[in-house]
Design a protein around this ligand. Structure first.
Ligand code: NAP
Length: 286
């Protein structure tokens, strides 16, 4: 009888709690020393239910961690100019230390222009060209929160990317692309796959570290996974379903993130940590 092994789950909730506790203690220290609590401004365009939920969750986590949040809700019909003006105002406001512009902002808006209105020192979500270039060059700066959370999760489970073949499925500017850059920075050999990739399954089967960032429910199955691989599922699809078919994948993988409870909590924890770091620098106690 062939034996089947079952992957060890890479739980993100415990590490995220520890990162959040550290950020919360630092926020309290900043308040004690300066009389000012760190403040994250959230900007939401329209009322897409998923975006509304994400922003509400991020604000609630902030408040629990001693980070003030200032919320700006704009109608879906807002123009690029008006959105840029709002974000520029927050960039210039000394009472705001970090800015989160919830993506997506709607097809009629020049999202890049809106992101670029975020001052680099307040770009705690790591979405500006400045942050992206710093990630690319391996220089200090704020990282995209989900890729940053993924790297911390790998560290937490003792996964050293050096010399490993990392296959990143997805190349979006907020997720797949920066995640590949951070893996490369840690000396992985990185292959990017996307919707035009041919022979996707055979490429995925070569991965020591397989990162799913596709946005398609249960797109990657056990048959796509090299035995013993580290599988990181960043996907978050309606119904709390990841991009990886967990039940078949866990029979092949060595380590695997669950959905929910894997990458998701790490994303928010990195956002909080980076907001506190931005506040500490702005208030001269960093
Ligand atoms: P996105 O902008 O839609 O990008 C999806 C990527 O997947 C694109 O690069 C696309 O290729 C690629 N792709 C689509 N179909 C494919 C196929 N059949 N074969 C290979 N590649 C394919 O999505 P995203 O914003 O990166 O998000 C991806 C997923 O991560 C979503 O489920 C999202 O909810 C989740 N997410 C989770 C968090 C978190 O905190 N956990 C944060 C952000 C996003 P092309 O470039 O060729 O179109």
């Amino acid at each position: 009888m062939p034996t089947t092994s079952t992957a060890r789950p890479m739980d993100g909730t415990g590490p995220a709690r520890r990162i959040t506790e550290t950020a919360s203690a630092a926020a309290a220290d900043i308040l004690r020393r300066t009389g000012t609590a760190p403040c994250l401004a959230t900007v939401l365009v329209g009322d897409d239910p998923a975006s509304v939920t994400y922003v509400r969750m991020k604000r609630s986590r902030c408040e629990k961690a001693g980070i003030r949040s200032r919320h700006v809700a704009l109608p879906a019909s807002v123009s690029t100019e008006a959105l840029v003006e709002t974000v520029t105002g927050l960039s210039q406001d000394p009472g705001v230390h970090g800015i989160l512009l919830q993506h997506p902002v709607g097809p009629h808006i020049d999202e890049r222009a809106a992101f670029e209105a975020i001052a680099p020192e307040k770009d705690v979500d790591g979405v500006t060209m400045h942050s992206f270039a710093a990630m690319g060059f391996g220089l200090p700066g704020f990282v995209s929160c989900t890729p940053g959370g993924i790297m911390r999760l790998l560290d937490e489970y003792g996964v050293d990317p050096a010399g490993k073949h990392a296959v990143v499925v997805g190349r979006s500017p907020i997720l797949g692309r920066p995640a590949g850059m951070l893996l490369l920075q840690r000396d992985a050999t990185v292959t990017y796959c996307h919707s035009r990739t041919t022979g996707l399954s055979s490429i995925m089967r070569e991965a020591d570290i397989l990162l799913a960032a596709v946005g398609r429910p249960r797109f990657i199955t056990g048959a796509d996974i090299k035995p013993g691989a580290v599988v990181v599922d960043a996907g978050y699809n309606p119904g709390n379903v990841g991009d990886v078919d967990f039940d078949t994948a866990r029979e092949r993988a060595g380590l695997i993130t669950p959905v929910p409870g894997g990458v998701g909590p790490m994303t928010i924890a990195v956002l909080l940590a980076q907001t506190v770091e931005a506040a500490a620098r702005a208030l001269g106690v960093g």
